[in-house]
Write a protein that binds this ligand. Structure first.
Ligand code: FAD
Ligand code: DLZ
Ligand code: SF4
Length: 519
């Protein structure tokens, strides 16, 4: 009797930030009759930095929900829980284990978002007999090839020029060959301080579904001492929930997005921000769809151009740009430390125990919500770590750990490039260094702070002030030639030698006091 051999199927691992029903390149040609889709909760991913518990729960709930939806479609799913006996606790270990036990030699997956995992997968492919096909992640608007072609021959990479290029390529917010409204950028209209008494619009939050609730219980049990509150979890874990958040944002919040984009207010974690980064980065939302729907609000007269352009620039511009820079410059990019920073990160970044009202508020929302908005990340925690001279590694580890949206392709260029200037000017043309005056201008923090924002020296002086001038003084060799810093260096040079010495001593006292000691 003749036996008919069906060709072996394919193992299709799906990573925790690949929760994209119907849009994942590695599942495009899935054969439900023969293929196996693999999900693996593993300690290596969950613990290579001490992730916020909401971030772990978000990813595991996203994976569990996606696995369930695939099963309901008749797909064979192998789901490895964190507590499953035999779990090797690495992605590559679980791929090898699944391939062996399912008898599958062909593995197809979508490229990972982080360099270290790409390296591990390449090593697996070289060291085993299995055939590993890694497909490009087309859930971004700009492909690797398009970014490389744009960057070729350029000595500096500037987001603004990349963004204009992408507007032209995609036709987003274009009227023919011209940008809508005759301008590419409405930033100057987007720097308003929040008026007294004004409060942010009401926003929609997600009540965790059954899978998310079970996952939150598991994560609370598995990571009892992990960072961050867990019972305040309100993230979308399914495409349906993310769609509800997006729709509510477009209707109720987008119209005011531009005006207060740079503002900060005590006890107001969200203001007019979209809080969609975790959904976008998990794969629940498609960035091009989000941009097109924001544009449609403008075209329908439901949101002003400064708001829509500001929002589209964040996604089409910044999000795609930082990813492009990451893949263009890794692995060398991560080793950069242009300012020779060498200090420890103060413990209050984890505990929130500080008298600095601005930092205390940002750490509070970070712990409660695994979220802080961009200006808080950039001008409060990022700026302060840079002024102190904290080494880039602990800063990166902190940003990777504490935010629900943190993946290295987005986190590293923002931290190394924008917040700390560790990359020496690849992402930004100057460090975003600022004294307390900036925070006072853009927020209501200083009014309730125990420190005096107007003072530079003394125990009750705002620590940002002496640290700011000391930062400029210490880094004179690298920074004083930067034309965009000409004004502050002029002010510094007008100070007497005694003033500069006092600033240096005061800055050193702050470093000691905050535990920013040499590594
Ligand atoms: P909104 O203000 O509503 O902006 C809309 C969307 O634009 C965001 O959802 C996000 O997808 C995108 N976006 C905006 N700014 C940026 C940016 N600079 N880079 C990339 N995308 C952007 N963003 C991450 O997604 N992951 C990170 O790990 C991350 N780490 C950061 C670290 C530092 C030090 C800094 C300064 C910024 C970091 N950002 C990161 C960028 C930005 O702060 C967050 O994307 C934003 O705060 C998310 O909140 P939101 O969704 O309300 O954004
Ligand atoms: C962040 C994360 C965590 C905490 N846990 C897992 C996991 O257990 N399994 C998994 O497949 N992915 C996880 N992730 C997401 C990965 O770290 C992410 O896919 C890579 O960093 C690439 O962006
Ligand atoms: Fe922050 Fe200084 Fe203002 Fe206090 S006085 S809130 S430390 S900027």
């Amino acid at each position: 009797m003749m036996t008919v051999m069906t060709p072996a199927g394919t193992l299709r691992p799906v990573l925790g930030d690949q929760i994209s029903d119907g849009r994942l390149p590695s599942l495009a040609d899935l054969d439900p009759a023969r293929d196996v889709v693999l999900f693996a909760e593993v300690r290596e991913e969950a613990a290579y930095v001490p992730h916020h518990r909401q971030k772990i729960a978000l990813i595991f709930a996203g994976m569990r929900g996606f696995a369930e939806r695939l099963r309901q479609k008749g797909v064979r799913v192998r789901y490895v829980r964190l507590d499953e006996p035999g779990n090797t606790h690495t992605i590559v270990g679980e791929i090898a284990r699944a391939a062996a036990s399912e008898g599958l030699q062909h593995v197809v997956m979508t490229e990972p978002g982080e360099w270290r995992l790409r390296q591990a997968l390449d090593a697996l492919s070289h060291n085993s007999s299995m055939r590993l096909d890694i497909r490009e992640d087309d859930r971004f608007i700009c492909s690797h090839g398009t970014f490389q072609a744009w960057a070729r021959g350029k000595t500096t990479l500037r987001m603004e020029l990349f963004y204009r290029h992408m507007r032209q390529r995609t036709g987003l917010l274009m009227d023919g060959n011209e940008p809508c409204g005759g301008r590419w950028n409405f930033d100057t209209e987007n720097r308003k301080r929040l008026p007294k008494g004004a409060s942010a619009p009401a926003r929609k939050f997600i009540v965790p579904n059954a899978i998310a609730r079970q996952t939150l219980d598991d994560v609370a049990r598995w990571f009892p001492d992990g960072f961050g509150a867990i019972d305040t979890f309100a993230y979308a874990t399914t495409p349906h929930e993310a769609e509800a958040l997006l729709a509510a944002f477009l209707d109720n919040i987008l119209p005011g997005f531009g005006d207060y984009q740079d503002a900060m207010a005590k006890g107001e974690p969200w203001l007019w921000h979209s809080v969609l980064s975790a959904s976008l980065n998990l794969g629940l939302l498609d960035p091009m769809d989000v941009c097109k729907r924001a544009e449609a609000q403008y075209r329908a007269g439901k949101a002003p151009l400064n708001a829509v352009e500001g929002f589209v620039r964040q996604i089409l511009g910044w999000r795609e740009f930082v990813r492009g820079v990451y893949w263009l410059r890794m692995p060398e990019y991560k080793k950069r430390n242009a300012l020779g920073a060498d200090r420890r990160l103060p413990w209050f970044y984890w505990s929130g125990e500080t008298d600095m009202a601005c930092i205390r508020d940002v750490i509070a929302t970070t712990r409660d919500n695994a979220y802080a908005h961009h200006i808080q990340r950039l001008m409060v925690t990022g700026n302060f770590a840079m002024l102190l001279g904290v080494h880039p590694d602990p800063i990166n580890a902190w940003y990777m750990a504490v935010y629900a949206d943190a993946y290295e392709w987005a986190e590293l260029p923002n931290t190394h490039g924008m917040a700390t200037f560790a990359d020496g000017g690849i992402v930004g043309s100057k460090p975003y260094a600022a004294s307390g005056a900036y925070i006072n201008r853009m927020s209501d923090y200083c009014g309730t702070c125990r420190y005096d924002v107007k003072k530079r020296i003394g125990q009750d002086a705002c620590p940002f002030n002496a640290l700011y001038w000391d930062f400029l003084d210490r880094n004179r060799k690298v920074l004083s030639g930067n034309i965009r810093l000409a004004m502050p260096y002029k002010s510094l040079d007008r100070m007497s030698a005694a003033d500069r010495k006092n600033i240096r001593l005061q800055a050193e006292r702050w470093r000691e006091r905050f535990g920013a000691t040499p590594l």
